[in-house]
Design a protein around this ligand. Structure first.
Ligand SMILES: [Zn+2]
Length: 144
């Protein structure tokens, strides 16, 4: 499954809204890809050498656009997957994937979303694993 142009615009608008809300607009514009450059997971982010240098963010369309998911749930899942990758981009300078800076920023944002602080066990799946059952319009499945 691939992302089409309207979906890419949709993902970019989510990125922009969350960039303004949680990162003071500091994050560079991303390039979205449906293709994982590394291990299979729901999403990921890598730093492109460029030019233009910037984040390459991949989100698995097959997971987000899963049949049976409500439209609201679909948007919520895309937004949360993007948010996780945005924290990675925000903390890239530290060079850690799910390190102390990452956890700290997740907890800071999570507090504004009514989520508990992250732990080593929830860091890798934040914020998806901390949402209430049914939040994404389907039974949550964060094991993949
Ligand atoms: Zn991560």
């Amino acid at each position: 499954m691939d992302w089409d142009r309207p979906h890419i615009r949709w993902l970019n608008s989510i990125w922009d809204q969350q960039n303004t809300r949680f990162f003071s607009g500091q994050l560079p514009a991303p390039v979205f890809s449906p293709h994982a450059p590394r291990v299979a997971a729901a999403g990921g982010a890598v730093l492109c050498p460029g030019p233009p240098a910037g984040p390459l963010v991949w989100i698995d369309p097959g997971w987000v656009m899963q049949p049976g998911r409500t439209p609201e749930g679909t948007t919520r899942l895309a937004a949360d997957l993007i948010l996780h990758e945005q924290v990675h981009v925000f903390t890239w300078a530290e060079g850690t994937s799910h390190g102390p800076s990452f956890a700290s920023k997740c907890s800071e944002i999570g507090a504004t979303l009514g989520l508990p602080p992250v732990t080593p066990a929830t860091c890798r799946t934040w914020p998806v694993s901390l949402r209430a059952p049914g939040f994404y319009g389907l039974t949550p499945s964060v094991s993949r």
